[in-house]
Design a protein around this ligand. Structure first.
Ligand SMILES: Nc1ccn([C@@H]2O[C@H](COP(=O)(O)OP(=O)(O)OP(=O)(O)O)[C@@H](O)[C@H]2O)c(=O)n1
Ligand SMILES: C[C@](O)(CO)[C@H](O)COP(=O)(O)O
Length: 440
């Protein structure tokens, strides 16, 4: 509380790298933080762990200039396209933005790599608890587990497999992880001192703080909190994320949900009693329904595709009743309200909106609240046109928008047996059911 006010706590997620060492053959264009693993993008797994905690005055995600691939509807999150050429520059720029946004020098900042997507809320709390009353701050880190070798300088002959130059002393050596937690003012000043050299040798926040003469705390982390760096890391990360999802499925909600604590900085809380497994806990179901009038002169957009027909659905957006029903089913399952609250039909921004984009935003919101989508079942009730030829395309498009496999989405079509306005061809009605699983 150096300047009198109680310290607040910010998270700063570095997400401006291009992941040149982790090119994934399946999707070589996307940097590692945007690769999809176990139903969500890497960055979404990372953010879910942070957003599961209640401590933040703000969560800043620093992305590369011009990068708009990540947005968040969580009010705590700001996305700033001010990433730099090196990670330290990205952090420095993010800290300047935080300060400009009202963060004080005495506030704590936890800097974390977007690429460490296996971070867990408990690990973040461990760092907070260890550092909160420390004059310097610290980082999650792991004692070096293996024998350490230096290698001969690479020559053409040894480029693929160099030779051992020496065995190094390994006592007291730790591998630095993130988050790394320091006071905003101290970290900003420490980084500023190296701006002129292009941040040479500043490969993490602690190295800058060390060079200012302070000694950060080494807080034991976890081997699972590794940084996705090489292509093979994706498979390991995905296996661990999938395993966590399965384990959470087998535990009651009380054991898996983030528990906002009034004293999060106290590391000495008693261990909870072992809960009895409940195979249904962590699952949430939601239903959605929508109906739009069918009028001549509008394109018929259903399930995210254009279906040739003399009339189309009337509405403020593109009126895709099927995507609207799915959006409501997702929001409903996560108890996040409904489509009308999120995207009001009185808001001119949504006039003619592509409902696929609205659905993608709703899915992102659901993911940020710690849920993955297991499956969707839907029904379209339309007297005409005949929808059977379009069902597979609708399924594929919905799966694409939601990042699912086509087998996780089902589209059924029925007529209304000529009964009521739907049966008379005046409207199309859609229903959807979504099953979510808590994953963070
Ligand atoms: N100029 C940079 C470089 C890296 N990062 C971020 O810092 C984290 C760790 O860096 P690293 O693993 O080196 O990521 P990349 O630079 O993306 O990878 P590479 O070095 O393989 O190109 C990642 O979340 C990355 O997005 C960043 O924000 N700004
Ligand atoms: C900050 C860091 O994750 C600590 O291990 C690491 O130094 C960043 O990775 P990079 O490959 O050096 O950018």
């Amino acid at each position: 509380m150096a300047d009198g006010a109680p310290a607040r706590c910010y998270a700063l997620i570095t997400s401006a790298g291009n992941g040149s060492r982790a090119v994934r053959p399946a999707d070589p264009a996307a940097p590692k933080q945007y690769q999809r693993l176990a139903g969500q993008r890497v960055i979404e797994h990372t953010l879910a762990a942070f957003l599961a905690l209640p401590h933040w005055a703000g969560v800043a995600v620093v992305v590369a200039p011009g990068d708009d691939a990540y947005q968040s509807s969580d009010a705590r999150v700001r996305v700033w396209p001010v990433g730099g050429a090196v990670r330290a520059q990205t952090v420095h720029n993010g800290l300047q933005q935080l300060a400009a946004a009202g963060a004080r020098d005495s506030d704590w900042v936890l800097v974390h790599d977007a690429a460490r997507c296996l971070i867990e809320p408990a690990q973040i709390e461990r760092l907070l608890a260890a550092c909160w009353d420390d004059p310097v701050g610290g980082l999650l880190a792991l004692p070096l587990p293996d024998t350490l070798k230096s290698a001969t300088a690479a020559t053409a002959a040894t480029a693929a497999m160099p030779r051992v130059a020496a065995t190094l002393e390994r006592d007291h050596k730790w591998l630095a992880q993130t988050p790394q937690m320091f006071r905003l003012g101290a970290l900003r000043a420490a980084l500023a001192a190296h701006q002129g050299s292009g941040y040479a040798g500043i490969t993490d926040e602690a190295s800058a703080i060390e060079r200012s003469g302070a000694q950060p705390l080494l807080v034991p982390g976890s081997a699972s909190n590794f940084k996705i760096t090489y292509p093979a890391d994706f498979a390991l990360a995905e296996a661990l994320l999938a395993q966590r999802q399965t384990q959470r499925l087998a535990l009651p909600d009380s054991a898996t949900a983030a528990t906002p604590t009034t004293a999060p900085m106290n590391p000495a809380s008693p261990a909870p009693a072992t809960p009895a497994p409940n195979p249904l806990a962590g699952l949430r179901i939601g239903e959605g329904w929508d109906i739009h009038a069918l009028v001549p002169g509008r394109p018929l957009i259903l399930g995210g595709i254009h279906i040739p027909h003399p009339s189309g659905l009337l509405g403020h957006s593109d009126a895709d009743a099927l995507l609207h029903a799915i959006t409501d089913a997702l929001l409903g399952a996560a108890a996040l309200g409904d489509i009308g609250t999120l995207f009001p039909d009185t808001d001119a921004r949504f006039a003619g909106a592509d409902s696929a984009q609205l659905l993608a935003q709703a899915m992102q919101r659901v993911a940020e609240h710690g849920y993955a989508l297991i499956n969707l079942d839907t029904t379209v009730i339309a007297q005409a046109p005949k929808l059977a030829p379009y069902k597979a395309a609708m399924q594929a498009r919905i799966a694409e928008v939601l990042g699912l496999q086509p087998g996780q989405v089902n589209v059924k079509a029925k007529t209304a047996e000529k009964l009521g306005p739907v049966g008379q061809g005046l409207a199309i009605e859609c229903r959807a059911v979504a099953l979510l699983q808590r994953v963070a």
